[in-house]
Ligand binder design. Structure first.
Ligand code: EPU
Length: 419
């Protein structure tokens, strides 16, 4: 397994271009199975392991997938013959559950492995399954697999107990081909969900209210191919904003929608960063030690859980004491013991981490445990004295496009050591 080596204590400056959003592209790839007329084309697809795993999953179902040198992916779902998502592929990537709604609504049948627990928490899919049952599906869970069957799904009123991003996406997709109207209350309203809905509308779906708590979908008889350019990745953008703040650097982050990162921009401003937002970019400058900031994660537009680990890393070097409260996932503090190996002073009680900022962190061998935990270790390593060696970097490759190349271009001394 490869390792990342970082020679820290280097201020980063320059500009970086943000890639397409992982969490927009993955549901769109899954939505492609619903087109019975023509190919789906996605442009500006990030070069990520999760994208490769999803295209492998679709290919084994019979989707014809082609990709050009500009990362434009074309998916033709005319000859799907296998309505099955095997454990081997689903276990590495929980978003594979997003093939369930599309397969079931188009073909009346699907067998999808249960994703199981993961490093950041249990992450059940009970709300996905209950909603599909309410739409008329017969669902059995046997030997680790979800077996779902139905004649044409029926529109229904779904009230989610908790906001769920992929839950909302799965039911929106299932409802596009259902008979009648589906209303989802307490729907999640992340920008990636709006992006998915805009894409589904291009495929012929009838959706309104996306981006609010109540989404309505009027089922149509069939969907067709469409072209779409997914949103830029607001979590990749936020990670580079923290890179500027933690290394006391000056980075222009291009190809983004600043409004989607407002919660992160507000917190970094509170930490003392000088941030200028333009139409499609943000410049983050930090010329002093950051001040400690308290954060609490919550559904969009509140502070994203996917930026919690990165801000925790920033707070370890900030002036003063802070708390970080994780409200979405019950076990998303795996990066903390690794940050402690680098000298961070953090204590955790239940879902709250209390951090006392230190003057310095020191490079150490550390282990990436999940995607955003890896990002926080890279950030800590960039600011630390000495060399940080990060193991299990496959986690970072799941969700950050060319991370070391992008960091090298703005002055980071980071390299990959093949094992
Ligand atoms: N939940 C349930 N039952 C369900 C579904 C969710 O109890 O049936 C709970 C979860 O356990 C969690 C909460 O609801 O406590 C919210 O989870 P959600 O379903 O929103 O998470 P997700 O859809 O599995 C997506 C992103 C995650 C991101 C979360 C929260 C994708 C592919 N994944 O996950 O992204 O952290 O929303 O914003 O969109 C990442 O990119 O690193 C990542 C983990």
């Amino acid at each position: 397994m490869d390792k990342l080596l970082i020679q820290g204590n280097q201020s980063l400056s320059g500009s970086v271009k943000i890639s397409g959003a992982k969490n927009s592209v993955l549901p769109m790839l899954c939505a492609s199975v619903m087109s019975s007329k023509g190919s789906v084309e996605l442009e500006n697809v990030p070069h990520l392991h999760d994208v490769t795993t999803t295209t492998r999953l679709l290919t084994q179902m019979g989707v014809r997938v082609t990709m050009d040198e500009f990362m434009k992916i074309s998916l033709d779902a005319n000859d799907i013959h296998n309505l099955y998502a095997p454990y081997d592929l689903v276990k590495t990537m929980r978003s594979s559950i997003l093939v369930l709604g599309p397969l079931l609504t188009r073909f009346g049948e699907a067998k999808v492995s249960l994703p199981g627990g993961c490093a950041i928490g249990m992450r059940p899919v009970d709300m996905h399954l209950e909603a599909l049952e309410k739409m008329g599906a017969e669902i059995k869970v046997e030997s680790g697999y979800i077996h779902a069957k139905s004649k044409r799904l029926k529109g229904a009123n779904i009230i989610f107990a908790t906001k769920s991003v992929t839950g909302t996406e799965n039911i929106i997709m299932a409802a596009t081909l259902a008979d009648g109207t589906t209303k989802i209350e307490n729907a999640a309203n992340e920008p990636e969900i709006i992006d998915l809905c805009e894409f589904l509308k291009k495929m012929g779906a009838k959706i309104s209210g996306h981006g609010t708590d109540t989404v309505e979908i009027e089922g149509v008889a069939s969907l067709c191919g469409a072209s779409h350019n997914p949103l830029p990745d607001r979590i990749e953008a936020g990670t580079f904003m923290v890179a500027a703040a933690i290394t006391r650097g000056d980075i222009e982050i291009n190809n983004i929608i600043p409004a989607h990162s407002q919660a992160v921009i507000d917190k970094l401003t509170e930490a003392g960063a000088d941030i200028t937002s333009m139409n499609n970019s943000v410049r983050v400058k930090m010329n002093k030690r950051p001040s400690a900031i308290n954060i609490e994660t919550n559904a969009y537009p509140h502070f994203p859980t996917d930026m919690q680990a990165q801000i925790t890393a920033l707070n370890t070097l900030a002036k003063g004491e802070s708390f970080v409260k994780e409200n979405i996932f019950e076990n998303r503090f795996m990066h903390i013991q690794e940050l402690q190996r680098m000298g961070a002073k953090i204590t955790v009680k239940e879902n709250i981490a209390h951090i006392t900022g230190k003057d310095k962190l020191y490079g150490a061998p550390v282990m990436a445990t999940d995607l955003r935990a890896s990002a926080s270790l890279i950030l800590a390593g960039l600011a630390a004295e000495g060399i940080t060696e990060i193991g299990r970097v496959y986690h970072i490759d799941r969700g950050y496009d060319c991370i070391e190349e992008k960091l090298q271009l703005i002055g980071a001394r980071i390299s990959r050591k093949p094992m």
